[in-house]
Design a protein around this ligand. Structure first.
Ligand code: DC
Length: 228
């Protein structure tokens, strides 16, 4: 039947470096769902702002950028891509600099409104695992299942450092950890849709947990919703 819901909407929120994208991708795979990385959308807008020389504090500049920019998400499980106008920015947006740009532009009401529409549309048929900062609180406050994945900042710094080194980037651990704390401050302190756990989220502190352990906890909660 047209418009019928297929599968749950699962929200995974938390600070940067907590392992959200890794477990979200695995969870989606296990359940046969689509994984949607909303941070990549903010990174894409941050990338475009940098290209066009727009200051992230320039609200009118960002609003006009949103009006003229097309962000396309290609939700292939093995090779998800994100395209800004005609440029595939999937690889380029993964740098620490783009993380900071994303955090800066994510304060903008125009940017948030624009991406909110896209995110709701992508999740409207269910069968999605969506990760970000405000999925369980703002994007899908009625999500079927919500997780808030956290870890100590030092641990998150280590993880991000290892991940970026593996990609061949020349990064510094102290600097990465400082940037993680700075992003926590920005993302939690902003007025609009700040990073916080929804009242009905399952909070998981992954500081001393492996990816498999986190995944097992999530799968158990999903099973209780009858989706295994
Ligand atoms: O998850 P990430 O590191 O790729 O996210 C980059 C930034 O985007 C993050 O620091 C804050 C912003 N963001 C947001 O405000 N809301 C979301 N749902 C996802 C990301």
């Amino acid at each position: 039947m047209q418009g019928q819901k297929k599968g749950l909407v699962i929200a995974i929120d938390g600070p940067s470096g907590a392992g959200k994208s890794t477990v979200a991708r695995l969870l989606a795979h296990r359940l046969g769902y689509t994984y949607i990385d909303t941070g990549a959308m903010y990174r894409a807008i941050g990338w475009k702002a940098k290209q066009d020389g727009i200051d992230p504090a320039d609200e009118l500049g960002l609003a006009s950028l949103c009006d003229r920019t097309v962000v396309t998400i290609k939700v292939d499980h093995d090779d998800p891509r994100i395209v800004v106008d005609a440029v595939d920015v999937t690889g380029e947006i993964r740098t620490p600099e783009m993380g900071m740009m994303a955090s800066a532009v994510s304060k903008s009401p125009a940017v948030r409104a624009r991406l909110l529409g896209l995110q709701r549309e992508l999740g409207s048929h269910g069968g999605v695992v969506m990760d970000g900062r405000d999925i369980g609180t703002v994007v899908f406050p009625k999500a079927d299942l919500k997780f808030f994945l956290d870890a100590r900042p030092e641990e998150r710094g280590q993880r991000r450092y290892r991940e970026l080194r593996q990609k061949g980037l020349d990064v510094d651990l102290d600097r990465i950890t400082r940037e993680i704390r700075e992003r926590d401050r920005q993302d939690s302190g902003r007025e609009l849709a700040p990073l916080k756990a929804a009242a009905d989220a399952h909070v998981i502190d992954s500081s001393t947990m492996s990816i498999d352990e986190v995944l097992a906890v999530m799968m158990e909660s999903a099973r209780m919703k009858d989706v295994s």
